[in-house]
Design a protein around this ligand. Structure first.
Ligand SMILES: [Fe+2]
Length: 296
C-alpha cells in the first residue's frame, strides 16, 4: 500500500515536542531541516474547566519557540477533532500565521455535534472554519518537504495520519506499543474501521518514526511520545504480533464499554468543531459553553 504514497524516508524533519500534562497531549513543531519552514501539529489551549477559565500558556510556549528560532509556520495541522483537549490553532495562527487544516470528514463531525449541542444554522457544518480540508492521499509542502495526509478513521470519522518525510503523526490512531490504541466508541467511531486504519499506518516503511498524540505512561513508566512502525508491528498490545481484526474488535468494544467520557469532552468538542475558536459571544460579548444533558 505504501507505493500509493510519496514516502521519502530520507527526509528527516526536526521534530520538537511540547507536552500538556493536564490532557497528556503532545504538540509538535515539525521543521524542514533545509529551511525555516515548519508545521505545528495538534496544539493545546489551557482550560480550568471548573472555573470556566481559558488561557494560553502552552500555546505561548510554542509561539515563543517559533519566534526564537525564526521559523516560518506554513501549516497548523489538526489530526482530528479531539475530545480531550481544546485546540489553540487559531490563537497561534493569529500570532505566527500558517494555514489550518483537518480531514475533510470534519463535516460529518460538525453535523453530529452541531445537533448534540443544538447549534443554530449560524454554525456552518461545511468545514469552512478551516483553511484546508485534507482528502485521502493529499500532498502538501512544508518548505522543501513533501507531506501527505492518510485518512485513518475509526477513532473518529475525520482522523488523518500526516506523514512528513520519515515522520508520521498518527493522532489517536495508535498509542505507544504498551498503550495499544484509542477508543472507538465516539459517534462515528468504529473498532473494525480503526483496525483497518492501523494496518494502513503499519504498511508504512518499518523505519518510519511514529509520533503519538497522547501517552498516559502505562504501568508507571515515564511518558513517551516516539516509536516506529517496526516496534508497533511487533509489540503493540492491541494490534501487534499479527492480532486479527476479530480479536481487536472484540477487545476494543468490551474495553470501550467500561471507559468514562474524557473530562474535557464538552468544552473540547464545542471548540474543536469550530477549528479551535470559542463559541460566538452573546450580545454582551460574553462566551458560554453548553452542557447537553444525557446526550453524550
Ligand atoms: Fe482523540
Amino acid at each position: 500500500m505504501t507505493e500509493t504514497y510519496p514516502v521519502d524516508t530520507s527526509v528527516k524533519p526536526d521534530v520538537t515536542m511540547f507536552f500538556d500534562p493536564q490532557s497528556n497531549t503532545f504538540s509538535y513543531v515539525v521543521k524542514d531541516p533545509n529551511s525555516n519552514a515548519c508545521a505545528i501539529v495538534d496544539s493545546v489551549m489551557d482550560i480550568d474547566y471548573a472555573a470556566g477559565r481559558i488561557s494560553y500558556e502552552h500555546a505561548d510556549e510554542i509561539i515563543k519557540y517559533v519566534q526564537d528560532n525564526d521559523l516560518n509556520v506554513e501549516w497548523l495541522i489538526e489530526t482530528h477533532v479531539h475530545a480531550d483537549h481544546l485546540s489553540a490553532a487559531p490563537y497561534i495562527q493569529e500570532k505566527v500565521g500558517g494555514k489550518l487544516g483537518i480531514g475533510e470528514n470534519i463535516v460529518v463531525v460538525q453535523e453530529t455535534f452541531g445537533k448534540v449541542f443544538n447549534e443554530g444554522t449560524e454554525f456552518q457544518r461545511d468545514g469552512s472554519q478551516f483553511d484546508k480540508l485534507f482528502k485521502e492521499g493529499d500532498t502538501y509542502q512544508i518548505g522543501g518537504m513533501t507531506a501527505f495526509a492518510m485518512h485513518t478513521p475509526g477513532h473518529t470519522p475525520a482522523c488523518m495520519t500526516h506523514v512528513i518525510g520519515d515522520a508520521g503523526f498518527v493522532g489517536d490512531t495508535l498509542f505507544m506499543p504498551d498503550g495499544g490504541s484509542a477508543r472507538a466508541d465516539f459517534p462515528g467511531g468504529d473498532a473494525g474501521v480503526l483496525y483497518d486504519s492501523i494496518q494502513k499506518v503499519l504498511s508504512l516503511p518499518d523505519e518510519t518514526r511514529l509520533f503519538m498524540c497522547h501517552d498516559y505512561g502505562p504501568n508507571g513508566r515515564d511518558i513517551e511520545h516516539l516509536t516506529s512502525v517496526k516496534e508497533e508491528k511487533e509489540n503493540n498490545i492491541h494490534v501487534g504480533g499479527g492480532k486479527t481484526r476479530e480479536e481487536f474488535v472484540k477487545f476494543r468494544t468490551e474495553r470501550d464499554a467500561q471507559l468514562d467520557m474524557p473530562k474535557l469532552i464538552i468544552p473540547s468538542l464545542q471548540v474543536n468543531m469550530r477549528a479551535g475558536s470559542l463559541p460566538p459571544a452573546d450580545d454582551q460579548g460574553d462566551v458560554f459553553f453548553k452542557v447537553p444533558v444525557n446526550k453524550l
